[in-house]
Design a protein around this ligand. Structure first.
Ligand code: SF4
Ligand code: SF4
Length: 61
């Protein structure tokens, strides 16, 4: 299953990825994007595409 990997050193907490995800996989926790619903990730890549910091990679396994 795909899942997003957040580079927490690069994340600025802007929340764009949270809004971009159609499946509510991500939430801001302590101003860092955090995977809260990994099972719902379809690997669509919207979060990674929208992140201005390029802080998200989608891991396929
Ligand atoms: S879009 Fe990028 S910088 Fe903004 S909260 Fe998400 S991971 Fe962090
Ligand atoms: S890849 Fe798609 S479904 Fe998975 S967290 Fe990113 S936006 Fe959400």
């Amino acid at each position: 299953m795909p899942k997003p990997i957040i580079d927490t050193d690069e994340c600025t907490g802007c929340g764009i990825c949270v809004d971009a995800c159609p499946n509510d996989v991500l939430e801001l926790i302590d101003d860092v994007s955090t995977v809260v619903n990994e099972e719902a990730c379809t690997g669509c890549g919207a979060c990674a595409e929208e992140c201005p910091m390029e802080a998200i990679k989608i891991e396929e396994n």
